[in-house]
Design a binder for this molecule. Structure first.
Ligand code: GCB
Length: 595
């Protein structure tokens, strides 16, 4: 019928539009390098599993009542509090398995300056957020692991202000990630909240990185936002005695080209994680950032860092704190995990399966650890759904935008273990194109599934291999597939002439459980699994450019229900959730030492 035809045309049109329209929130670059007031601390909360507070006169309205002549049935000021940043699950035992809606409120005193603009920058809210300031909605966001900022200028007032956020972490079929995944769904305002103060025209965004393949030429840009878009912008790097002034165009944009003094320049690398203080300034605004300069490219099967082959000695990590298993909320908690990775001998980490907190990336950068960042296109999501695509693209965009100045971020990963279908291929192929156009100074990859040549000749055969720069794959021979003895029986042939990364391999073990190397869940089984897998890599695999075994630390996952063994945790960590190193940790450490 005509109606169905119309619907089909509309659907296709929306789909194409969603696939081509950037329509993305401009993210303010580097909030920590600006003038801001922290809104972290105690927030009052109201649990709202039925979304009662979302109605027109909802909880965000907060009328003044005396509760005698007039009344309301909620009160933030006498409701309990939670720490922000922080997931709700691990702050209150009764909330451990809560999935649903919560209202959080922060009251704060403020004195807005006339002529200034104000933005509230959220590091991450899982999974959906609606933001209200003094009774009015000022923004909303979908996606649990990337930052967003909302304009608060018109709603902010002198004196006491009320910031209320509706947070909902209900898993969604059309979400990114979708309903089922192997990690814990920590809800809440999980990362820092900052109130940024900016002049009428301010430095919204910039990218200062070495041009692809160059070891001394910076090709970047500065983007201003405001009423006087065309202005002089000065970029300076005092340590290199470099000061250059550019003029932005009528849209506030200017390309930044700089020749750094090649001889004097210390390139960023794991051995010398050198960062330079860079200042970007207009007459009204100044932003400072610590920026490293390096190049990353591929040549045949090699990954080249600063023009030289580098082997990525990695480990996979979830954004979950050591010892207490909630979302990480401070740089010091990030540092514990990264220090373990260093002790293991790593120069690289795979931050799975979603963008981790910004402190994690910045701390790794200072420690000389290269990073793989990923968006949660995990297993099977709704590849055919235009809204799912728009959501995923937005997450890619926010991830790139947040970390485009981080020298240690070398790989953007578009997905993890996604079964091949035409819809998936189209979806991911568009994301790869988007990423390549927006950032050609990093490599693009995704963790693929295997496609074997025969029972004992393992391989990868994925149509996305032509799109990505690096072929990465997960493999669990010896754990999900046969036992350890199977590892000795297989060899590998991978035909693509691109760098290969084993993005995952691993086996489960309970720290402190000992037995024979043939007995599942013992430390000995896991250690044997690592010995055999490393031997296979040395002897029966084509040359690889790196790896990130699964995983640094045991992590909470509702899929892992086996009593006394898993108890709600994925046990493939080389370290237990309580910080106990398992035997396999030392097996891998010894191999990395000689690599
Ligand atoms: C995988 C997934 C990872 C899981 C892991 C496992 O392939 O990528 O998210 O946690 O296997 O332990 O099964």
């Amino acid at each position: 019928t005509k109606a169905t035809l119309f619907c089909i045309i509309l659907f296709v049109a929306t789909f194409l539009q969603a696939q081509t329209t950037p329509g993305l929130l401009p993210l303010i670059q580097n909030p920590q390098g600006r003038h801001f007031m922290s809104l972290d601390g105690k927030w009052n909360y109201i649990l709202d599993p039925m979304n009662n507070g979302l109605s027109a006169n909802g909880y965000f309205k907060e009328p003044h009542v005396d509760n005698k002549t007039t009344f309301k049935e909620y009160d933030f000021s006498t409701s309990p509090t939670l720490n922000v940043p922080g997931d709700w699950n691990t702050q209150n035992a009764t909330l451990l398995n809560y999935e649903g809606s919560m209202w959080l409120k922060k009251a704060f005193l403020f004195h807005p300056q006339s002529g200034m603009r104000y933005f509230i920058y959220f590091g991450a809210v899982n999974y959906r957020a609606i933001v209200y300031l003094n009774g009015e909605k000022i923004g909303e966001h979908i996606g649990g692991f990337t930052p967003f900022n909302v304009d608060a200028t018109s709603q902010l007032k002198e004196g006491e202000n009320s910031l209320i956020v509706w947070v909902n972490d209900t898993r969604q079929a059309d979400g990114v990630p979708t309903l089922k995944y192997d990690w814990f769904n920590y809800g809440g305002i999980t990362r820092k909240v900052r109130l940024l103060e900016e002049p009428a025209t301010f430095i919204e965004n910039y990218k200062i990185q070495l041009q692809k393949k160059s070891l001394h030429h910076v090709a970047g840009y500065v983007q201003l936002n405001g009423t006087t878009p065309s202005q002089a912008v000065t970029v300076s790097i005092p340590e290199l005695k470099l000061v250059r002034t550019f003029t932005t165009d009528a849209k506030g944009y200017v390309a930044v080209n700089l020749n750094l003094p090649a001889k004097q320049l210390i390139l960023w690398s794991p051995q010398t994680p050198k960062l330079y203080e860079v200042t970007i300034a207009t007459k009204d605004d100044t932003v400072k950032d610590d920026i490293g300069f390096r190049s990353i490219e591929t040549q045949g099967r090699d990954i080249l860092l600063n023009g030289k082959p580098v082997f990525l000695k990695g480990i996979s990590i979830h954004d979950e704190a050591a010892y207490r298993n909630g979302r990480i909320f401070s740089a010091s908690e990030s540092k514990i995990l990264l220090t373990w990775a260093k002790e293991l001998g790593c120069n690289y980490v795979r931050l799975a399966h979603y963008p981790h907190n910004e402190d994690m990336v910045r701390t790794a950068e200072k420690m000389g650890i290269m990073v793989w960042e990923e968006v949660p296109n995990y297993w099977d999501i709704e590849w055919n759904n235009p809204e799912t695509y728009a959501n995923s693209l937005n997450q890619v965009s926010e991830m790139i935008s947040r970390d485009q100045n981080r020298a240690n971020v070398i790989i953007w990963s578009m997905a993890n273990e996604t079964p091949q279908t035409p819809a998936r291929n189209r979806f991911l192929s568009n994301l790869v194109d988007y990423t390549h156009t927006h950032d050609n100074t990093r490599l693009v990859s995704m963790a693929m599934l295997r496609g074997d040549k025969s029972h004992n000749l393992l391989s990868v055969n994925d149509s996305m291999a032509n799109k990505v720069d690096v072929i990465s794959f997960n493999e669990y021979v010896g754990w999900y597939e046969g036992d350890n003895s199977r590892i000795d029986q297989v060899s590998w042939q991978i035909d693509y002439n691109k760098p290969l990364i084993i993005s995952e391999f691993g086996a489960g073990a309970v720290a402190g459980l000992h037995g024979s190397p043939t007995e599942r869940w013992t430390e000995e089984y896991q250690a044997e699994f690592y010995r055999k897998t490393l031997k296979m890599i040395d002897e029966r695999m084509p040359k690889i450019a790196g790896m990130s075994p699964w995983i640094l630390k045991d992590f909470r996952s509702p899929l892992r229900v086996l009593p006394h063994i898993q108890d709600g945790f994925n046990r493939k960590g080389l370290i237990s959730d309580q910080g106990q190193k398992k035997e396999a940790f030392y097996v891998l450490q010894a191999w990395y030492k000689h690599k």
